[in-house]
Design a protein around this ligand. Structure first.
Ligand code: MG
Length: 258
């Protein structure tokens, strides 16, 4: 059994949100029965959209480790109960992603603690990304207005937009306060969980059924490196062309290099 935990933006998707160059390796994943599980900072409705584009992976993780969604009610390839140990609670189905069953972290008072820490910084230099207007989202991320709307619908702790001149101080303040900090391309996630949390939970749950399962993780940003300690191999990948090459080689697909 093989599983690939993959970031989307800048990793499997290029800057124009395309992944055509990765199609040979995606097809090889399907042929070999390798599990592709996207692990993204995107939201549940965005990931439901991308899952259709990617021909429905068995599961995906959204909002930087906050949630995991499964296509099947009883996925046979892992032991869902193991996810509990890592803070994931079964929430049933969600309106934003019809058909998917979701498990999510409990946030508790974390958002309030984040707000308190943000008061240390000059007004306007750090904001919850959900407080930016739809227009600002489109400008910052390059998403279409329709996808930007999906991106703003957060279920967990919203990521932060941080002005460059205070970025390193903000990151340090949150680390010192015990938060996990995930630096992405446009936003920074501060939360009690990160992509490492979801990687550890999924790997343990998978190995509870398949003790010898091999796991590859791929990402382009520091936030993705959080997955590295829990997998057999982590590779920094920038875009679908590189993604294709790395996955093709790791799965030992037929025909040598694509
Ligand atoms: Mg990325």
């Amino acid at each position: 059994m093989r599983m690939i935990l993959s970031d989307l933006d800048g990793t499997l998707l290029d800057s124009a949100y395309r992944f055509d160059a990765a199609r040979p390796a995606l097809e090889c994943c399907r042929k070999k029965g390798a599990l592709l599980v996207p692990v993204s900072s995107k939201t549940l409705p965005e990931m439901a959209y991308w899952s259709r584009e990617l021909a429905l992976p068995p599961a995906f993780s959204y909002e930087n480790g906050f949630g995991i969604a499964f296509r099947e009610a009883q996925p046979a390839w892992l032991k869902p109960r193991v996810l509990d140990r890592y803070g994931y609670r079964f929430q049933g189905t969600a309106r934003e992603a019809p058909g998917w069953r979701v498990w999510e972290q409990e946030i508790g008072s974390a958002t309030e603690r984040i707000r308190q820490l943000l008061e240390r910084f000059p007004k306007g230099t750090v904001r919850f990304a959900t407080e930016l207007s739809a227009k600002e989202w489109v400008r910052i991320t390059g998403l279409s207005p329709e996808l930007a709307e999906k991106a703003r619908r957060r279920r967990g702790i919203p990521p932060l937009w941080i002005s460059p001149e205070v970025r390193s101080q903000v990151v340090q303040a949150f680390r010192e306060a015990g938060f996990r900090v995930g630096r992405g391309r446009f936003f920074v996630t501060v939360a009690p969980y990160d992509k490492g949390t979801v990687a550890e939970a999924l790997v343990r749950a998978l190995r509870a059924r398949h003790p010898h399962a091999r796991v590859l993780a791929l990402g382009d940003q520091p936030a993705d490196e959080a997955m590295a300690p829990y997998v057999d191999r982590f590779v920094k990948v920038h875009g679908p062309k590189e993604w294709n090459r790395v996955v093709w080689t790791w799965l030992a697909c037929d025909g040598g290099e694509p």
